[in-house]
Design a protein around this ligand. Structure first.
Ligand SMILES: NC(=O)c1ccc[n+]([C@@H]2O[C@H](COP(=O)([O-])OP(=O)(O)OC[C@H]3O[C@@H](n4cnc5c(N)ncnc54)[C@H](OP(=O)(O)O)[C@@H]3O)[C@@H](O)[C@H]2O)c1
Length: 294
């Protein structure tokens, strides 16, 4: 079997087109959805992500603000900045790029963002609402995974989904989203982690496997059931002397071999990655729509 390629770029483009119509409608009512992105420090990967987010806002015609602060920016000042953004009516979504420098308490910062502007979906109120099944904002990467499954014709309904990884940003929320009693969910979910016994045996039971571990090419063909759907969230740098940069990006799945066994699979790059940013845009548009409904 050669797997169907689940194309994240194509799906993200489709969602962007849907958003354009909504943004046009909002603008005709005098509302331009706005996103503020806060970056503290000089982390190179964070700088790339923040640039991509700004560019994506621009392409869609959203109001966007990127606020860059030095690595020694004080926690107290950052809290003040968030208060200002919470009160700014041009801003419907606030995103503080993680990781933050060590002297800043990440939880304290994320908790300060108004849940109504928490387009990353990391505020405890939104995490709780996601679990209850009455979402405020769904976190972008796990929501993107659900959209990829549904839109590629691989609905998780009634399927056994095995998630490898239990982080707060991917593993736990993707499990919470897919287990809901809802259309596009209704899955039976197993979550594995580093203390799981017989991980290969459990992953082999999955009709759908979601790899979110951060270990390059860990999921091998013999760990995957024939015909399974495989979603690779992992992004890992591995040395590649043949490339200009000296490295390449690979996922948590041994793509070349697993694609011979799976019925559908996401590539890295070009799978889950493009979905994360478009779901952030979607949350910002939803937030702006909610201001009109008030
Ligand atoms: N495409 C995107 O937009 C996007 C977004 C977010 C993350 N990512 C990528 O997704 C990957 C995961 O990110 P994350 O933030 O969730 O990572 P994380 O916080 O490091 O969590 C990794 C999880 O995988 C588990 N794990 C690690 N090694 C394992 C092993 N050998 N066997 C079984 N479980 C193992 C860990 O188990 P324990 O809990 O027991 O330690 C943990 O739960 C990374 O490559 C990251 O770059 C991509």
């Amino acid at each position: 079997m050669v797997a169907q390629l689940i194309d994240g770029n194509e799906t993200a483009t489709q969602i962007r087109e849907e958003l354009k119509a909504k943004i046009g409608e909002l603008k005709s009512k005098g509302v331009t959805p706005g996103l503020a992105v806060v970056l503290v420090g000089e982390d190179p990967a964070s700088q790339v992500y923040v640039r991509m987010k700004g560019k994506s806002c621009e392409e869609l015609g959203l109001y966007s603000e990127t606020i860059r602060k030095p690595a020694d920016f004080k926690e107290e000042e950052l809290l003040k900045l968030i208060d200002q953004l919470n009160a700014d009516t041009r801003v419907h979504g606030i995103l503080v790029q993680l990781p933050l420098p060590d002297h800043i308490n990440e939880t304290k910062i994320l908790d300060r963002i108004s849940p109504e502007k928490d387009v990353d979906g990391f505020h405890p109120v939104n995490v709780g609402r996601m679990l209850i099944g009455d979402p405020g904002f769904l976190p972008c990467t796990p929501h993107g995974v659900q959209e990829l499954l549904v839109r590629s014709g691989n609905s998780p309904e009634g399927k056994h989904v095995v998630v490898v990884g239990r982080s707060n940003i991917v593993g736990k929320p993707v499990a919470a989203i897919l287990m809901q009693k809802k259309k596009g969910a209704n899955a039976t979910v197993t979550v594995c982690h580093s203390r799981t016994k017989d991980l290969p045996g459990i992953v082999r039971q999955g009709d759908i496997v979601i790899a979110a571990m951060g270990v390059a090419q860990f999921i091998k063909a013999d760990m995957v059931k024939e015909g399974a759907v495989v979603i690779d969230v992992g992004v890992n740098r591995v040395d590649d002397p043949s490339s200009k940069k000296g490295y390449k990006l690979v996922g948590d799945v041994d793509f070349d071999r697993v694609k011979e066994k799976a019925s559908a699979i996401t590539p890295v790059p070009g799978g889950v990655g493009p979905m994360t940013i478009v779901m952030l845009m979607k949350n910002t548009v939803i937030s702006a729509e909610r201001t009109l409904a008030k």
